[in-house]
Design a protein around this ligand. Structure first.
Ligand code: MSP
Length: 638
C-alpha cells in the first residue's frame, strides 16, 4: 500500500487500500435567487452539475458539489413584501427549505448548500473584500446609470430594447449615487492574456469569443456597494454601504477553500459576464487562482422564449418528476438539449424520450437480459464457452464504450456522451436479436454472459444520469453499488462472473400513454391536469361547518389571519389563512364556514394550522363557502 499524501492535489492517483483516490474537484452551480421556487431552468443547471459530480465520484475523485442560494438581493425583499411578510430572514428561511426539498426529491447529491445570509459567507465576503481593499483596488466615486433589478446590475442604455431590459422586459431604474468602486479595468490585460493562454477556461468556444471581444472593448471599473439599502452585507469600511449583491454572491464559491480552484463552474449564458469577467477580476485582485473552467450552457425555452419568472412561463420540475419520474426528467434534460446551446422544452419530447429510449431501448435490453437469465438459467450468469464473430465484436464494444463516453464527458459534451450510451444500448439489443438465444442454440450461454456484463456496465455509465434506476438495477444485479466497487474505470471490463446469482428482475421504466394531439398549446399541456381521486379517498375527508370564534391579525405576516374555530363537539381548533386582504378580523367573528378538519396540521409562521378553510378564489377575490341557513357548528358536509 502506498502511503497517502493527503495534501497532494488533483490528477495524482493515490491508493488508499482498495480506494483509488484522484484528488479534489470542486463543481459549482450558480446560487439562485429566492424570489420564487425552482423551475426547470434552474433544474437543468443543477442536474447537469449533479451528473458531473457523480461522474467524478465514480472516477474516484473527491468531488465537492456546491450549490445554494443568493439571498441578499432586492428581489428577496420585494418578494417578501409582496406576500405581506415583514420578517425577511423568515421568508428566506422558508424559501431555502423549498429549494432544498426540491433538490432532494430530484436526487441532487450536493455536498454543501451555501446561503449568502449565513455567517460563514458574510465572514468570507469581508475577508475577501479586505484583500482587495488592501491591494488598493477599491475607491469611492459617483455613479449615475440605469439599474435593472431583474439582472441586479447596471445596464447600458444601448442594450435596452424599447427602453426595457431585453431579458426581464422591465424598465430599469435611474440611479445617481455615491458608492465604492472596484478597479476592474486594472485587470483587463492580465485577464485577456489569461483567457487567450487558457483555451478551456471559458467554454463553449462561442462564449469565449464573446468574452474576449467584450474585454477588448475596454473594461470599466464597477460599483460594488449601494448606500441606504436595507438588506445585504454591510461593508467593513463604511456601515452606510452594503455590498452590491453580485460582489457578495460570487464569493460563495470560496466557501470550501480547500477545494478551490473549482474544476467546473456551470452557469447559463445570462450570467456569463459576471462569471467570466468580474469574478476572475476579483480573484486576480485578491490573489486567488482562477477556476479551471467556466461553462455557460444555453437557455431552456418555450416557443423560443427563455423560461423565467419574469416571463411567467415557468414549469415546476416536481410536477414533471411526479408524472414521468425523477430519472426520466433528469435524462430528458441532458439528452434533449445539446449542452451549450438553447433548447425548446415540450412535454411531448420528454414523453418521446422516455417511451422510445428509456423504455423501448435501454429498459428493454436490461429487462430481456435479466428475465432471460432468471427464467432460463435459474438466475445465474451462465458460462461463456464458445465465441463466434458476433460475440467477439460485442465483447470489444463492451470494453470500448466507457472510454468513448468518457472522452465526451471530459469535453463537457454531456448530451453526446449520453447519446453514445443510448447507441450502445441499441447495439446490445441488436446483438441479442441476432443471437436469438431463445432458440436454445449452443452459445446462448455466451450471449447471456456478455449481455449481463453489458447490463452491469450500462448501470455504471447511466448512474450519474439515472441514480435511482441505477440503484434499482444494482439490487436486481445483486451487486453493491458502493461507488468504488462498481467504479467508472471498471465499466470497460467484464467483471460479472459466471455463476453470479441475480435477484428477481423488474421493469425499470414505464411507458407513458400518448397525449392525443388536440388544440392545446404547449403551455396548456404542461399545466397539471385535474387529478382524479377515488370516492373512497374523498370519503376520508372530514368536511364540516365550523364557527369562527375569534379572528386576529398576525404581526409578522400582513396577508395572514389567525382564526379560532369551533368545529362542534366541544372542539376548538385554529387555522392560519391568507385572507387578510379580503376580510377584516371584525367581519369574521361569529361567521359559519366550511372546513376540513382531518388534514395533517401545518406550521405557518410558528403557528399550528389545524384545520383548512374552504374558499372560492378568482383573479380578484377570495370568498368563504358558507351554509345558506344557519346550522349547528360541527354539522357534516355531505
Ligand atoms: N443569483 C444569480 C446567480 C449568482 S451566482 C454567483 C442568478 N440567479 S438566478 O436564480 O437568476 O439563476 C440564474 C441561473 O439559473 C442561470 O444562469 C442558469 O444556471 C439557471 N437558469 C435559469 N433559467 C434558465 C433557463 N431558462 N434555461 C437554462 N438555465 C436557466 O442569476
Amino acid at each position: 500500500m502506498t502511503v497517502v499524501n493527503w495534501k497532494s492535489q488533483c490528477e495524482k492517483t493515490l491508493y488508499w487500500g482498495v480506494i483509488e483516490f484522484k484528488g479534489k474537484v470542486l463543481i459549482t452551480t450558480p446560487i439562485y435567487y429566492i424570489n420564487d421556487v425552482p423551475h426547470i431552468g434552474h433544474t437543468y443547471t443543477t442536474v447537469a452539475a449533479d451528473v458531473l459530480a457523480r461522474w467524478h465520484r465514480l472516477k474516484g475523485y473527491d468531488a465537492l458539489f456546491l450549490t445554494g442560494l443568493d439571498e441578499n438581493s432586492v428581489k428577496t425583499v420585494q418578494a417578501a413584501k409582496e406576500l405581506g411578510i415583514k420578517d425577511i430572514q423568515g421568508y428566506a428561511d422558508s424559501m431555502a427549505q423549498k429549494w432544498k426539498k426540491t433538490w432532494k426529491i430530484l436526487n441532487i447529491s450536493n455536498d454543501d448548500f451555501i446561503r449568502t445570509t449565513e455567517d460563514r459567507h458574510k465572514e468570507n465576503v469581508r475577508k475577501f473584500f479586505t484583500l482587495v481593499y488592501e491591494k488598493g483596488d477599491i475607491y469611492k466615486g459617483k455613479y449615475e446609470g440605469l439599474y435593472c433589478e431583474g439582472c441586479e446590475a447596471f445596464v447600458a442604455e444601448g442594450d435596452l430594447v424599447d427602453g426595457k431590459c431585453p431579458l426581464h422586459k422591465k424598465v430599469p431604474k435611474s440611479i445617481k449615487e455615491e458608492n465604492y468602486f472596484f478597479k476592474l479595468s486594472k485587470y483587463q490585460d492580465k485577464l485577456l492574456k489569461y483567457i487567450e493562454e487558457h483555451p478551456d477556461f471559458i467554454q463553449p468556444k462561442a462564449r469565449r469569443s464573446e468574452v474576449i471581444s467584450f474585454i477588448k472593448m475596454g473594461l470599466k471599473d464597477i460599483s460594488i456597494s449601494r448606500p441606504n439599502i436595507e438588506w445585504g452585507i454591510v461593508l467593513p469600511i463604511d456601515e452606510k454601504h452594503r455590498f452590491w449583491v453580485w460582489f457578495d454572491a460570487l464569493i460563495n464559491y470560496l466557501v470550501n477553500e480547500k477545494y478551490w480552484p473549482a474544476k467546473i463552474q456551470l452557469i447559463a449564458k445570462d450570467i456569463l459576464r459576471f462569471h467570466a469577467v468580474i469574478w476572475p477580476g476579483m480573484l486576480l485582485s485578491a490573489g486567488y487562482e482562477l477556476p479551471q473552467t467556466i461553462f455557460a450552457h444555453g437557455f431552456l425555452t418555450i416557443n423560443g422564449q427563455k423560461i423565467s419568472k419574469s416571463l411567467g412561463n415557468m414549469i415546476d420540475p416536481l410536477y414533471l418528476a411526479e408524472k414521468y419520474s425523477v430519472d426520466a426528467l433528469r435524462y430528458f434534460l441532458l439528452r434533449e438539449i445539446p449542452f451549450g446551446q438553447d433548447g425548446d422544452f415540450s412535454e411531448e419530447a420528454l414523453k418521446a424520450r422516455l417511451n422510445n429510449e428509456l423504455v423501448a431501448n435501454i429498459g428493454n435490453f436490461i429487462n430481456r437480459t435479466l428475465t432471460f437469465i432468471w427464467t432460463r438459467f435459474n438466475g445465474e450468469v451462465p458460462k461463456a464457452e464458445k465465441y463466434d464473430e458476433l460475440d467477439k465484436e460485442f465483447e470489444q464494444r463492451i470494453k470500448a464504450i466507457a472510454s468513448e463516453v468518457d472522452e465526451e464527458f471530459e469535453k463537457l459534451r454531456l448530451d453526446r456522451g449520453l447519446k453514445k450510451i443510448v447507441e450502445f444500448s441499441s447495439f446490445c439489443n441488436n446483438y441479442f436479436q441476432k443471437k436469438q438465444p431463445w432458440t436454445k442454440n449452443e452459445d446462448a450461454g455466451t450471449c447471456l454472459y456478455l449481455c449481463a456484463n453489458a447490463v452491469r456496465n450500462l448501470a455504471i455509465l447511466l448512474e450519474p444520469f439515472l441514480p435511482s434506476s441505477a440503484e434499482n438495477l444494482w439490487q436486481q444485479l445483486n451487486l453493491k453499488n458502493f461507488v468504488y466497487e462498481q467504479k467508472w474505470d471498471s465499466a470497460s471490463e467484464l467483471t460479472l462472473k459466471s455463476g453470479h446469482k441475480i435477484n428477481r428482475p423488474a421493469l425499470l421504466f414505464r411507458k407513458i400513454e400518448e397525449i392525443k394531439e388536440g388544440m392545446q398549446t404547449k403551455l396548456e399541456k404542461i399545466k397539471p391536469t385535474i387529478k382524479r381521486i377515488s370516492m373512497e379517498d374523498f370519503s376520508k375527508l372530514d368536511l364540516r361547518i365550523g364557527k369562527i370564534v375569534k379572528a386576529e391579525p398576525l404581526p409578522k405576516a400582513e396577508k395572514l389571519l389567525k382564526l379560532t374555530i369551533d368545529i362542534g363537539g366541544g372542539e376548538i381548533k385554529q387555522a392560519v389563512a391568507g385572507i387578510a386582504q379580503y376580510y377584516k378580523p371584525e367581519q369574521l367573528e361569529g361567521r359559519q364556514i366550511a372546513v376540513i378538519t382531518n388534514l395533517e396540521p401545518r406550521r405557518i409562521f410558528g403557528i399550528e394550522s389545524e384545520v383548512m378553510i374552504l374558499a372560492a378564489e378568482d383573479e380578484k377575490t377570495i370568498s368563504f363557502l358558507q351554509p345558506d341557513r344557519p346550522v349547528k357548528a360541527g354539522s357534516k358536509i355531505m
